[in-house]
Design a protein around this ligand. Structure first.
Ligand code: NBP
Length: 482
């Protein structure tokens, strides 16, 4: 029997490509899939010339492994992961490792790490990004969980991961329990935001009557500057693509209803639970939700009054549009890193934010040149509290903000919703406001619920209550936390 270096269960698109990638790097991989015909077709087909061993059962896969055993799961996220763990764990010995490479919710990973630790099994939740192409030729991998597992995985994972331009692998230990999957979740949330800021530029250019081929050229030009990124690059390709069936531009025959698998929603929920303002990602999720309400939108389109979503050609300066996109993107990342910093403190994960930005530099969907600036900002000041206050971004936003405001104004005047650009601008103006109207909100809370307030002329933490009507008592609510 051939001894294998690692076993992988789940041979859909991600699993198959990761296996071939591992084999390319000299590892012998045992594979299993619930539907065994898929396993046989893979072993006899794409993996025929690779050091890949097919196993009909999980028992066979585990028996063939060198020790300490390493079993990676690439199955559908959710209850399936628990089911497969229940099958695998009893076959393992103390010190063996299970890695979940799927998009699991980080809270599940925290639970599974704890449960398996009780059985002496080292559990790792590793976010893998980059889709099919990344899995095959070098993804970004974000492993977290039982730290004792990392020395048993580092060589393999760093070998198969993408390399950043500076030569460092886009894979490193992120932190304990759910840290890896939390970071992957934020990656996906930011991905939602990045796609939305690009879509809003496309919407405005369409409203000015630009042809798709012209827009493709604009995105191509932008891809040479600060916006250089995978998503801008593929947007140019998409806009230049022709549908073979109709001869139309392919993007024009695609229904405007965006799908989602849930990681953006999880990110927004995590932000709300943590009390962190991840406004752009949340708006990006809601924009997909609104897009999916096709029938409701069509029913309302002819009824609700407003401008007709058209703009004069050149109504929006393309440099302004680039600035709006870039400024919104910077804001979105600043919000995302704030949530990462908060989770790091909350869970005691000790996340290295600069290194996390560099893990996303290649291999993953949000790969972009500007991530280098984020890494540099955290290297210069590891305690940096707000990315917007890093010199490079403060200056970029100062330059971009006049154009950003003109773009949002143009969208509002023409009836074109720009939820990402608008919310990012509102956040930018909010976070630079030394005073907000929340004094009135707090007065209202005290009026109807005796929630108390702090005074501008008193120390923080000292709470006051006013009997606004003369009919209230002196009893206050104890629930005031600012
Ligand atoms: P899917 O998410 O579509 O999962 C399919 C795999 O899960 C198949 O191997 C299937 O076996 C297996 N499976 C199912 Br479904 N139910 C099972 C069960 N009860 N017991 C055992 N196996 C079961 O595959 P994927 O798109 O390759 O993604 C794998 C993971 O990676 C997911 O968590 C996904 O979210 C994540 N991810 C995907 C991408 C991407 O671009 N697709 C990118 C990054 C991360 P079967 O063949 O017998 O049905």
């Amino acid at each position: 029997m051939t001894t294998t270096d690692i076993g992988l269960i789940g041979l859909a698109v991600m699993g198959q490509n990761l296996v071939l990638n591992m084999a390319d790097h000299g590892y012998t991989v045992g594979v299993h899939n619930r539907t065994t015909s898929t396993m046989r077709e893979f072993v006899d087909g794409p993996a025929a010339d690779a050091s890949v061993v097919g196993h009909e059962t999980v028992e066979e896969l585990v028996d063939a492994l060198s020790t300490p055993r390493r079993v990676m799961l690439m199955v559908k996220a959710g209850a399936v992961v628990d089911r497969v763990i229940e099958e695998v764990a009893p076959l393992l010995d103390e010190g063996d490792v299970i890695i979940d490479g799927g998009n699991s919710r980080y809270t599940d990973t925290i639970r599974r790490t704890e449960e398996l630790a009780e059985q002496g099994i080292r559990y790792v939740g590793a976010g893998v990004s980059g889709g099919e192409e990344g899995a095959r030729h070098g993804p970004s991998i974000m492993p977290g969980g039982d730290p004792e597992a990392w020395p048993l995985l580092a060589d393999l994972f760093q070998a198969i991961a993408a390399d950043a331009p500076d030569g460092r692998p886009c894979c490193d230990w992120v932190g304990p329990d759910g840290a890896g999957h939390f970071v992957k979740m934020i990656h996906n949330g930011i991905e939602y935001g990045d796609m939305q800021v690009i879509a809003e530029a496309y919407d405005l250019m369409s409203a000015m009557g630009m042809a798709n081929a012209e827009m493709a050229e604009v995105f191509r030009t932008w891809n040479d500057g600060v916006l250089d990124s995978f998503l801008v690059e593929i947007t140019a390709d998409i806009l230049a693509h022709t549908d073979p069936d109709t001869g139309e531009s392919t993007v024009d025959v695609i229904l405007d209803a965006a799908g989602q698998k849930g990681t953006g929603t999880w990110t927004a929920i995590a932000a709300l639970e943590a009390g962190q303002p991840l406004t752009l990602v949340a708006e990006a999720v809601f924009a997909r939700v609104v897009s999916a309400l096709v029938d409701r939108r069509r029913a309302a389109a002819g009824v609700l009054a407003g401008p007709d979503r058209t703009l004069e050609p050149d109504a929006v300066d393309l440099d302004d549009l680039r600035d709006a996109l870039y400024a919104s993107k910077i804001t979105s990342y600043a919000q995302g890193f704030m949530l990462l910093a908060d989770a790091s403190a909350e869970h005691d994960w000790d996340l290295d934010l600069g290194r996390i930005a560099s893990l996303w530099r290649e291999g993953c969907i949000i790969r972009a040149v500007f991530l280098d600036d984020i890494t540099a900002a955290y290297e210069a000041d590891p305690e940096l509290d707000n990315l917007l206050l890093a010199d490079v971004f403060t200056r970029a936003l100062a330059d971009a903000q006049p154009g950003w405001r003109r773009v949002v104004r143009a969208g509002i005047s023409a009836g074109i919703p720009l939820p990402a650009y608008s919310t990012a601008l509102a956040y930018y103006d909010g976070i630079r406001s030394a005073r907000t109207p929340a004094n009135l909100v707090q007065a209202q809370r005290d009026y109807f619920g005796a929630h108390t307030y702090e005074r501008v002329d008193g120390p923080r933490g000292e709470h006051h209550h006013t009997d606004w009507t003369g009919r209230g008592g002196a009893v206050t609510s104890g629930s005031y936390n600012a």
